[in-house]
Design a protein around this ligand. Sequence first.
Ligand code: HEM
Ligand SMILES: *[C@@H]1O[C@H](CO)[C@@H](O)[C@H](O)[C@H]1NC(C)=O
Ligand SMILES: *[C@@H]1O[C@H](CO)[C@@H](O)[C@H](O)[C@H]1NC(C)=O
Length: 375
Amino acid sequence: MLSFLLLFFSLLSSHQPAAVSARCTTVTTTKTFQKCMTLPSQQASIAWTFHPHNATLEIVFFGTFISPSGWVGWGINPISAEMTGTRALIAFPDPNSGQLVLLPYILDPSVKLQKNSLLSSPLDIHLLTSSATLYGGRLATIHDGAAIQIHATLKLVPNKTKIHNVWNRGLYVQGYSPTIHPTTINDLSSVTTVDLLSGTESSKHNNIYTLKLVHGIINAISWGILLPIGAVISRYLRHIQSLGPAWFYAHAGVQLSAFFLGTIGFSIGLRLGDLSPGTVYGLHRKLGFTAFCLASLQTLALLFRPKTTNKYRKYWKSYHHFVGYACVVLGVVNVFQGFEVMGEGRSYAKKAKEDKLRREGVLGGSVKEIGSSNS
Ligand code: HEM
Ligand SMILES: *[C@@H]1O[C@H](CO)[C@@H](O)[C@H](O)[C@H]1NC(C)=O
Ligand SMILES: *[C@@H]1O[C@H](CO)[C@@H](O)[C@H](O)[C@H]1NC(C)=O
């Protein structure tokens, strides 16, 4: 049980938006900006100068690549704090020349649903200039950890000083189509709403992140800890004569609270499923449904519990034991399945894909400071 808790908290802490990430800077080799902000994920940050009188925003995004043929994207979402609707600038090595390119993309709903691949298209926001710069001087190459700056000058809607700032990065670009980024909680926390004038994050928009965290904690406690404890109570404490019927009340109390909490956790899980139609965690979902049905059956069965003297009591008892143990096993397995989902993406996918890319012989050419513009 202890190792279980430890695992849980280590997973939590490893997915907390990095508090250790570098402090932001207002200074680049070409410009000094007025304000800067460290972003909550992917060691990213931004710096900007905002001219309220002509609503012009000069902004630079600092990000890092996670693979030699990967992409780094930054954009603003004029509508809401989420990926869909974002007007993004995405930097990656040109498949033909190996040189760094920066292209505009509109992340329409079909992208997140993975119905269409992401194709470059002109932005419908007032973008005056844009360019990308790779750190590390003339010999800088794109590699895992390579630092990049995406510069943009934008004309904003007058008097609108809050922007939804969205960023992400992926392992691979197919032709000129960046492919999906990892989907760990950390990689899905890459949205903030920034107040350009005050330089503060104007509200927490890590809704999904928070929901996942709450879902994880509640379910780990109810399905992973309380439910097994309840089973242990009835299995072992009932034989201790001196306790009398106390074991029963303890058992029933623990299981009912486990079920109550578990129902809340399950409902949050359903909501999470609705919120991310693009991903289906098949096994985690099915196990969750099954465990929840068993637990509901088990709770319902309480109402039909025959008296001790009833001859059907023993059948009820075997039924109750069978469903109970099945429920505990499924519940615990699914909590671990949930850990897997939480930690998946970066560690597994990244390694596998990078190995594959390495085998295929990825571009080695030197990528220098290249700018590209569009208006
Ligand atoms: C290249 C194709 C892309 C695909 C197929 C894709 C797919 C997805 C999917 C399926 C999710 C939801 C995952 C989940 O909830 O478990 C997601 C979330 C997210 N994506 Fe993308 N994405 C792409 C490109 C981008 C780009 C270029 C950016 C940013 C510049 C971005 C930023 C985000 C952010 C911030 C989230 C979390 C917030 C939200 O769900 O709206 N994505 N993406
Ligand atoms: C906006 O004003 C700033 C100075 O305050 C100036 O440097 C910049 O060029 C102006 N931008 C536009 C698009 O007029
Ligand atoms: C923006 O705000 C200023 C001062 O608050 C006001 O004079 C101006 O009319 C506003 N502009 C728009 C487009 O709302």
